[in-house]
Design a protein around this ligand. Structure first.
Ligand code: SAH
Length: 364
């Protein structure tokens, strides 16, 4: 009998049949294989799960995003019907908190139809539960392309970091695609393609073209970002993307595995560990703008949430509850600048149809 998990057995079969596997193919199988993928089979969130995301840290996060969305809707001319689209909604907490916060803008709430874009059946069931009783109609899709046309506001927290990333390694002979093989001891291990990728360096900014041997460059397919840009441009819409990553294109390996809040080897236990990689906001913005939307930011999450009034919101909540310490801790986690906080590592970018102007929080 095979001692490996069903997904690892499948990955090994593919490597034996087709040769070393590109990192992006490995990541896609690990996260969203329809039967054994991490998101397909797990609810990874929360203090007892593998990691915690901003909407799970505090209700303040989703509430402020809700108020941002309502303000953008007004800038869009307050259309009578608007699709509120969330990419990768996890447990549905951010949408639930956002819908509660926009109760103070009833004409906006009446205009909304919610569209959730989710691949995982486990998480989709949780999202349905989270949105029960909100009184706002909601529909589920497995891709943004499936959401019907119409004026739209899209948002996503920690969605792009879960999309598969490709890697290339610099050697004396050029840039080689990084792949995954079975090594002589029978373990999954990184290797590189024998031949360099032709003209790869011409795709890089000049400053990155001649690094030391062994340097790693990561990139994602632009498909999801381009689809987002097309939606914003065609539907005179807007979008908000929140994720961890870097503002400018750069070198370095950021692919990481997390298991119960601790870092792990990304090649162990495929399908049981969360895999993510930094979002390159420069490349993301270029892809979105190529479709006709205008990009704003990225700015640090700390700056964005402060501009939306998170400190004021925290003070109001503290006055109403006995859990003041908890609120202070959540605030520190969301806007703190130290390494264990999200304030500086996480970035926020907005995109809008050129007619809409500067979205709230991005004024210079
Ligand atoms: N936004 C949530 C969850 C982030 S985790 C939060 O902040 O808590 C990533 C989410 O994206 C999960 O819901 C996962 O199932 C979903 N996801 C991952 N890849 C996807 C894809 N290709 N299409 C749609 N959803 C995807």
């Amino acid at each position: 009998m095979d001692e490996h998990s069903p997904l690892e057995a499948e990955i090994r079969r593919r490597i034996l049949a087709g040769g070393p596997m590109p990192v992006a193919e490995y990541m896609a199988l690990c996260l969203s294989d329809p039967v054994h993928g991490y998101y397909t089979t797990h609810d990874p969130f929360g203090a007892r799960g593998d990691f915690i995301t901003a909407p799970e840290v505090s209700q303040m996060f989703g509430e402020l995003i809700g108020l941002w969305v309502a303000a953008v809707w007004k800038q869009m001319g307050a259309p009578e019907n608007v699709r509120l689209i969330e990419l990768g909604p996890g447990r549905g907490t951010m949408m639930k908190d956002a819908l509660r916060a926009v109760q103070i803008v009833p004409e906006f709430r009446a205009a909304i139809v919610v569209h959730m874009v989710e691949v995982s059946p486990v998480l989709r069931a949780q999202q349905e539960k989270a949105l029960e009783g909100t009184g706002v109609p909601a529909f589920w899709h497995s891709a943004l392309t499936e959401v019907p046309k119409g004026r739209a506001i899209v948002f996503a927290n920690e969605f792009f970091d879960a999309l598969p990333v490709n890697q290339a390694v610099k050697t004396e002979r050029g840039w080689h695609e990084r792949r995954i093989q079975i090594d002589s001891s029978g373990q999954l291990a990184f290797t590189i393609a024998p031949e360099p990728i032709p003209f790869f360096q011409t795709l890089l900014p000049p400053a990155l073209r001649a690094p030391r041997a062994g340097a790693i460059f990561e990139w994602r397919a632009d498909t999801a970002a381009m689809e987002l840009g097309r939606r914003v441009a065609d539907e005179r819409g807007s979008a908000l993307v929140i994720d961890y990553g870097h503002a400018e294109i750069g070198l370095g390996e950021t692919l990481q595995a997390v298991d119960q809040h601790a870092y792990a080897d990304p090649l162990t236990f495929p399908g049981s560990l969360d895999l993510t990689a930094h979002v390159d906001f420069q490349s993301l913005t270029r892809a979105v703008e190529a479709m006709g939307a205008t990009g704003f930011g990225p700015i640090d999450q700390s700056q964005f949430l402060r501009r939306l009034g998170i400190e004021h919101r925290a003070a109001t909540l503290k006055a109403k509850t006995a859990r003041a310490t908890e609120i202070d801790q959540a605030l520190a986690r969301l806007i703190g600048q130290n390494r264990s906080a999200m304030g500086e590592l996480f970035k926020v970018a907005a995109f809008a149809h050129p007619s809409i102007g500067v979205p709230p929080g991005f004024e210079t």
